[in-house]
Design a protein around this ligand. Structure first.
Ligand SMILES: [Zn+2]
Ligand SMILES: [Zn+2]
Length: 299
């Protein structure tokens, strides 16, 4: 049996989505989604609002997050050609779901703490970069950098402060000499491995699904072995970007490897010509915890 009641992949203004959680919840309900997961990138700050919004719309909210991880396998040139993709993404995205999460429980807070340096890691990263500059004799006031930023502090703010203090002529020079990728003061954003991310999610009572395998350009069978060995619970076979033939190939390989399967629209907003919901997924291979949600609703 197939169902279109789930949309397990969506974004809001809490990460790079266009719409507020209230708007996303309403659009999900309008698309006949009964089980909605908000999976903002590396942040769970939308959970509380999303839960309330889902309740108001009469749908079930499944707390989720899309974790940016280190790649698990090298991209394969043949696969890249077959899918007509110019490059493979340099990070792998792991979806995590917590259908039974009790808000403000110890598990919730522990997971939030684990996540903090990853997504909201911009501040600690900036502190570290300012410290590194100081070691090299460039003294920058961290608060002054922070004052230049709105919500999320980044390297351009640091560059501007370096210009103001007379260490460089302009932003470009700051990046070229000091803070650009691979330059002496650059600190890349911390990314967990897939194994580490799975461990953190499982410790918090959640389950994982590897998002949109298409973007990684790897051999399907190798991917299944990697995921099974890494503790990944499911594969997002039914992602909006996957053609039917690829969905079925992944589904059959996932079944073979005893991995579950999930679906997701990866909805970011109407302005991107995307729409929420209407994602068919076979109920038989949904991860157990999600199947339970379906049974609980008597659907
Ligand atoms: Zn993604
Ligand atoms: Zn996404």
């Amino acid at each position: 049996m197939w169902t279109e009641k789930f949309d397990l992949h969506s974004h809001s203004t809490n990460s790079d989505g266009q719409h507020s959680v209230n708007e996303v919840a309403r659009m999900m309900a309008d698309s006949n989604v009964d089980f909605w997961s908000l999976t903002d990138h590396d942040t769970i700050s939308g959970w509380e609002g999303a839960k309330n919004a889902a309740e108001a719309e009469g749908i079930v909210f499944i707390p989720g997050v899309e974790l940016t991880c280190m790649p698990g396998l090298e991209p394969n040139a043949d696969v890249m050609k077959k899918h007509q993709r110019e490059r493979a993404s340099d990070a792998w995205h792991l979806l995590a779901y917590f259908p039974n999460m009790v808000f403000q429980s110890e598990q919730h807070l522990n997971f939030k703490n684990w996540l903090a340096p990853l997504g909201e890691g911009r501040v600690p990263r900036m502190v570290a970069m300012v410290e590194k500059l100081a070691e090299l004799g460039i003294s920058i006031d961290f608060d002054a950098v922070l004052a230049r930023a709105g919500d999320s502090v980044g390297r351009p703010h640091l560059a501007d402060e370096m210009v103001k203090q007379g260490y460089v002529q302009d932003r470009q020079e700051a990046f070229d000499k000091w803070i650009g990728d691979g330059k002496p003061v650059h600190i890349s954003r911390e990314k967990p491995s897939i194994v580490e991310a799975c461990e953190a999610v499982h410790a918090a009572g959640g389950i994982t699904s590897l998002a949109h395998p298409l973007y990684y350009c790897v051999d399907t069978d190798e991917l299944m072995i990697f995921c099974r060995d890494s503790g990944v619970d499911a594969i997002e076979c039914f992602h909006r970007s996957h053609r039917d033939s690829y969905r079925l190939q992944l589904w059959s390989a996932a079944k073979e490897a005893s991995l579950g399967t999930t679906c997701g629209s990866d909805f970011h907003g109407m302005k991107y010509n995307q729409s929420p919901g209407r994602m068919a997924v076979p109920t038989s291979t949904l991860p157990l915890q999600l199947k339970d949600a379906l049974t609980a609703l008597g659907a």
